[in-house]
Design a protein around this ligand. Structure first.
Ligand code: UT7
Length: 329
C-alpha cells in the first residue's frame, strides 16, 4: 500500500532585479501621473531586469536562495517546475535551463503556463507527486520578465507590470502540517481578456505581427478586475469550508498582487483585517507567476509566518485561471 504523506513548503527564496522604475519615471515615458497610478493600482514602483537578463537568470537566483535555506543539495531535487509566461524561449523549457544551471542532476523538469495562478498550479502539482511518494523534493519557481512583453507606449498596461522570481522547495512534512487543501480552476472562455496574441502557432512572428504590436501583452482591465474580486472572495470561502475552518482562522492571506483595489475589495468582502493580508504591490507591481512566491518569501523571512500559521495563497489571472492553497506552517 502506497500510504500518503503530507506535502509542505520546506523553504522559500526570491530574487528581484535591482533596477527600480518609479511612477515618476513612467510619467516621462507615457501620458500618466504618479497620482493616477497610485490611486488606481496602489503601485509606486516596480523592478525591471536589465536587457541581457532572462527568466532563467532570475529563477536560478531565487532557487539557489531557497535551496540554501532548505539545507538540501541540488542533486536531492527530484523535480523542477517553473511557472512562467515569459520563458527564455519556447523550448527547451526554462525549467531545464534552471536544472542545468543549479546542478540538479537527478531532477525531471518542466514549465507550466497558468499566468498569475502559475505558482499555485505548480505547488499543487508538486503536492500530488509528494503525497503519492513519486518524488520527495520538488523545486517550484514562479518567474517573470514581463518588461520584455509589455508595450512601453501603452499606458493602460505598462504601468502595471514588473520582473522578479520566487521559489519554494516542497517536500514531505509532519502529518497535520503543510498543504491542507488545494483547488485549481480555469475558464478558457475568458482567454481573450488577457493575452499575447502573436508569436505562437496561431499568429507566428511576421513583419505584419510585429508592425501591429501583436507580440505585446493586451488586457481588458475592467473585466479582469470584476473576475478577480469575485474569485478572491469565493475561492477563499470555498477553501475554508472544505477545510472545516472559518475565514477568521486565517492568519495570513497572500493574494496575487494585481491591483491594491482588488485586494482591498476582496479583503473587505471577507472581513479580513489589513494585518492578515500581505501587500507588496506598492514596491513590485504585478509580477504574475512570481507575485505569490515573492510575497510568501517576504512573509516568511520577516517572521510574519510562524510555526502553525494558517496561510492561504490565492492566485487569479490569464486563462482565465484561478486557484488556492491552504497551508498549515
Ligand atoms: O494579473 C492578472 C490580473 N490582472 C488584473 O487583475 C488587472 C485588473 N484590472 C485593473 O487593475 C484595472 O482595470 C486597471 C488598473 C488596469 C485600470 O483601472 P480602471 O479603473 O479599470 O481604469 P480604466 O481602464 O477604466 O481607465 C479609466 C481612464 C480611461 O480614460 P477615459 O477613457 O475614462 O478618458 C483611461 O484611458 O483612465 C485612463 N487611463 C490612464 N490614465 C492615466 C488608463 N491608464 C492610465 C494611466 N494613466 N496609466
Amino acid at each position: 500500500m502506497n500510504q500518503q504523506v503530507s506535502a509542505g513548503i520546506i523553504s522559500t527564496g526570491s530574487f528581484l532585479p535591482e533596477k527600480v522604475l518609479s511612477n515618476e519615471d513612467l510619467e516621462k515615458m507615457v501620458e500618466t501621473s504618479s497620482e493616477w497610478i497610485c490611486s488606481r493600482t496602489g503601485i509606486r514602483e516596480r523592478r525591471i531586469a536589465e536587457k541581457d537578463i532572462s527568466a532563467s537568470d532570475l529563477a536560478v537566483r531565487a532557487a539557489e536562495r531557497a535551496l540554501e535555506r532548505s539545507g538540501l543539495s541540488a542533486d536531492q531535487l527530484d523535480l523542477i517546475i517553473v511557472a512562467t509566461i515569459t520563458p527564455d524561449m519556447f523550448f527547451p523549457s526554462t525549467a531545464c535551463i534552471v536544472q542545468d544551471r543549479i546542478g540538479a542532476r537527478k531532477a525531471a523538469a518542466f514549465d507550466i503556463s497558468a499566468a498569475c495562478t502559475g505558482f499555485v498550479y505548480g505547488l499543487t502539482i508538486a503536492e500530488q507527486f509528494i503525497k503519492l511518494k513519486t518524488y520527495r523534493y520538488v523545486l517550484v519557481v514562479g518567474v517573470e520578465v514581463l518588461s520584455k512583453i509589455v508595450d512601453w507606449s501603452d499606458r493602460n498596461t505598462c504601468i502595471l507590470f514588473g520582473d522578479g522570481a520566487g521559489a519554494a522547495i516542497v517536500g514531505p512534512v509532519q502529518p497535520g502540517k503543510g498543504i491542507q487543501y488545494s483547488h485549481l480552476r480555469a475558464d478558457g472562455s475568458g482567454g481573450d481578456l488577457l493575452k499575447v496574441p502573436a508569436g505562437g502557432s496561431k499568429i507566428p512572428c511576421s513583419r505584419d505581427s510585429l508592425e501591429n504590436g501583436l507580440h505585446f501583452l493586451k488586457m481588458s482591465g475592467k473585466d479582469i478586475f470584476k473576475f478577480a474580486v469575485k474569485v478572491m472572495e469565493d475561492s477563499t470561502r470555498d477553501a475554508m469550508e472544505a477545510c472545516a475552518l472559518k475565514v477568521t482562522d486565517i492568519d495570513l492571506l497572500i493574494p496575487h498582487q494585481a491591483n491594491l483595489r482588488i485586494i482591498h475589495s476582496g479583503a473587505k468582502r471577507l472581513n479580513l483585517p489589513p494585518e492578515k493580508v500581505w501587500i507588496n504591490i506598492d514596491r513590485f507591481g504585478n509580477i504574475s507567476a512570481a507575485s505569490i512566491p515573492v510575497a510568501l518569501d517576504e512573509a516568511v523571512t520577516s517572521g510574519k509566518v510562524r510555526e502553525d500559521s494558517l496561510v492561504v495563497l490565492l492566485g487569479f489571472g490569464a486563462g482565465l485561471t484561478w486557484g488556492v492553497n491552504v497551508l498549515r506552517w
